[in-house]
Ligand binder design. Structure first.
Ligand code: CA
Length: 715
């Protein structure tokens, strides 16, 4: 294992050193020593900056806009204040106490810090949005005060006392997940500043309280997804805030009597390693993990993950190989495939799937009557109406969707079947803070390496049965029963990502042509399309349209906090046009990520893949080389092929592995509706004469919707 720490820039080494040294010096805790130890670690943590030169430039910029005898800023809106004032003082405080900064111990900066803080103190400001009053302001005040406790020149006690009083706000007991840990964090700051043990007890108790699995809305679920704002998928976004808070607080308390207990550490580590980090490919996270935050610039880039990963190494050294590999990938020191294991995870509580291979990630976001659609809120994610309807995040390099959102045609999200509107108006979310899904058949079967997922779409007057079948090199995507009575064409988008290189199309005859730059084309029955080392095969043809043209847009139209400046770029967009007022449209496409050339694409054989059925009652795919059959039954029905048969008495997804193995076949089964106790399966396997009748008992309660497995002994 390569020592990653040796490759880190100086600033990160400094953090490593500060925390590690303070840890080794911890032994028997006097109370004052305990508070000082925690504050020293908080101070060291707050001094992690991506660049000291950048910090100094920020200080200079912010000093240049000071007014009112250096107490306020000309460019801040003090009517609708949003935390900018305190954030700038924090930057000043960091520079003033950072030995490498040119502002270290700078008397004039210290005077500005005092003036701006006194001004804030006198404002007695309350924001309209509770988050600023209850979380942001008390956190920032606590951070500034802790930093200034480490300053050469003492702070006036009366001002400090006044500001500490302003931190007495918020009640962690009233909240779940990220909001709870966020409030607990400023309780921890205040406990240290006032040496209050009772307050520290509460802060620690509430910080670690979310580290338990539950099957209610808000927080970590039994499938290790994170839900907030009702049962809404928030793996990054709120899940990321929660991770930051808990990792930070646990690192501050390491080696103290308040240290995180192992049972809770295991939950934290499990969520971070097996859920959160698996949604990152190279340096970039799946756009569906960010909730409404996907409408914020740069949000998908996770090159700074190292700050948290180093805390994870300190807390959970048992998994240091996994943490170090994640550091190497997110910082781009190793390729995105580095130490990636092949996994398939279905999140039955979150309605989400991660399919991971060294060569690629292919994740799906769905929704059901049990969960909440991706929200619009505070005028963020204005156009993300169709995100939860089976949108697929397909990554090889990682940056396929990075900052593409302002250019997206929002009714052509990768993977989704919907009405194709003339303008973005059709993709506008009308209601804030999320609405429930409309269908209960949404789920997946998984053996943790392979699996199948299905989603019954009934939204915006469009219906469809959508299913995905996951193997090693291929993902088979099927749609059937596509119906609508609306005037717009119905489309299924295969991908919409940054154009990277040429697009090649092969027609049924085998002739392959390279598309002209900045063009749009239509093919009635193509065989395959290759773009950016991802191959798309069309075993059933279809009316397929491709665009590799320049698209324009702005961040403001998807998030009103952002700039209206127009931006443009080359986008690869590929979709089926099912036509208008379809009653039984269908599609089939096979995604093969990792094909580097036209020649390899031409030579690629799909002989192992057999799409056995693609109807609105059964969708089934067999992979002969892997010896697997994956089958979605939307109702009680039977599937018969030349060498096997399988019948079920209730809707379900069935996956058979080692079908022809003489020793035995594994049967995996899941109930996407999450309402049945058992399902009867009648099965006849190849080479056997007898039909076997199996009663498959399904996981219940906290695990309803997860996969049951049965070993079928062959005679
Ligand atoms: Ca459109």
């Amino acid at each position: 294992m390569k020592k990653i720490t040796a490759l880190l820039p100086i600033k990160y080494k400094t953090l490593w050193f500060l925390i590690a040294v303070s840890l080794h010096s911890v032994s028997g805790f006097g109370q004052s020593y305990l508070f000082d130890t925690i504050m020293n670690r908080v101070n060291a943590d707050l001094h992690i900056v991506s660049s000291i030169a950048g910090l100094d430039r920020l200080v200079a910029t912010h000093r240049s806009t000071l007014i009112n005898n250096d107490s306020a800023w000309s460019d801040l809106d003090y009517i609708n204040e949003n935390g900018g004032h305190l954030s700038r003082i924090k930057i000043f405080a960091i520079a003033y106490t950072a030995p490498k900064s040119s502002y270290f111990n700078d008397g004039s900066l210290q005077s500005v810090i005092l003036k701006t803080l006194s001004y804030w103190n006198g404002l007695n400001y309350m924001a309209k949005n509770w988050w600023y009053n209850g979380i942001s302001y008390p956190q920032l005040i606590g951070q500034i005060l802790i930093i200034m406790r480490h300053a050469a020149k003492p702070f006036p006690p009366s001002l400090e006392m006044d500001l500490i009083k302003k931190m007495v706000i918020g009640d962690p007991f009233k909240y779940h997940g990220a909001n709870k840990t966020d409030i607990a964090l400023h309780f921890l700051y205040r406990a240290c500043l006032t040496q209050n043990k009772t307050l520290l007890d509460t802060a620690v108790d509430q910080s670690f309280a979310p580290l338990r699995l539950k099957n209610q809305p808000e927080g970590l679920q039994y499938d290790y997804s994170n839900l907030e704002h009702g049962n809404q998928l928030q793996i990054s976004s709120y899940g990321s805030v929660f991770l930051s808070d808990v990792l930070r607080i646990a690192a501050y308390l390491l080696g103290t009597p308040y240290a995180l207990q192992n049972n809770k550490l295991n939950i934290l580590s499990g969520y971070y390693r097996n859920t959160y980090l698996r949604t990152i490919r190279g340096s970039f996270i799946d756009f569906n993990t960010e909730g409404r935050g996907l409408s914020r610039p740069d949000i998908l880039k996770k090159t700074d993950e190292i700050v948290r990963l180093q805390k994870a190494i300190l807390l959970d050294s048992v998994h240091s190989d996994a943490w170090n590999a994640a550091i190497a990938r997110t910082r781009g020191l190793q390729p995105p495939s580095y130490n990636v294991t092949s996994t398939h995870t279905h999140f039955w509580r979150g309605d989400y799937d991660i399919h991971q291979r060294p060569a690629y990630s292919f994740n799906i976001r769905t929704v059901s009557t049990r969960t909440i659609r991706t929200e619009r809120g505070n005028n963020e994610n204005i156009l993300g109406k169709f995100l939860p309807d089976g949108s697929t995040n397909i990554q090889r390099r990682g940056s396929e969707y990075y900052n593409i959102m302002p250019l997206w045609e929002w009714d052509k999200l990768p993977g989704v079947t919907n009405r194709d509107y003339d303008s973005d108006e059709g993709a506008t979310i009308q209601k804030e803070w999320g609405i429930k899904g409309t269908t209960n058949f949404a789920g997946g079967v998984s053996d943790s390496a392979y699996g199948a997922t299905a989603y019954t779409l009934n939204y915006d007057s469009v219906t469809a049965k959508k299913a995905w079948f996951f193997f090693d090199d291929e993902v088979v995507c099927l749609g059937a029963g596509i119906g609508s009575t609306m005037p717009e064409n119905i489309t299924t988008t295969i991908n919409q990502c940054w154009l990277n290189g040429k697009v090649t199309v092969a027609e049924r005859s085998g002739n392959a042509t390279t598309l002209q730059d900045n063009s749009s084309s239509q093919y009635n029955n193509p065989r395959w399309i290759l773009h950016d080392s991802i191959g798309y095969f069309f075993p059933a043809g279809g009316n397929i349209q491709i665009s590799n043209a320049i698209q324009t847009g702005n961040w403001h139209k998807i998030n009103h906090r952002n700039s209206k400046d127009e931006i443009s770029g080359n986008v690869f967009k590929l979709w089926f046009n099912h036509g208008a007022q379809s009653a039984s449209g269908s599609y089939a496409y096979i995604v093969v990520p990792g094909i580097e050339s036209k020649t390899k694409m031409q030579a690629y054989s799909l002989a192992d893949i057999h799409i056995i059925r693609n109807s609105d009652s059964i969708q089934a795919v067999r992979h002969s080389k892997l010896d697997m059959l994956q089958c979605v039954f939307y109702k009680a029905s039977a599937l018969t092929t030349s060498d096997l048969s399988i019948a079920v008495d209730k809707p379900c997804i069935v996956y058979l592995k080692h079908i022809s193995n003489k020793k035995g076949t594994s049967l995996y089964i899941a109930d996407p509706t999450q309402q049945y106790n058992n399902i009867t399966v009648k099965i006849k396997l190849p080479g056997t004469k007898k039909v076997k009748e199996l009663t498959c008992f399904l996981p219940q309660l906290n695990y309803a919707g997860s996969t049951a497995s049965i070993m079928i002994e062959n005679e």
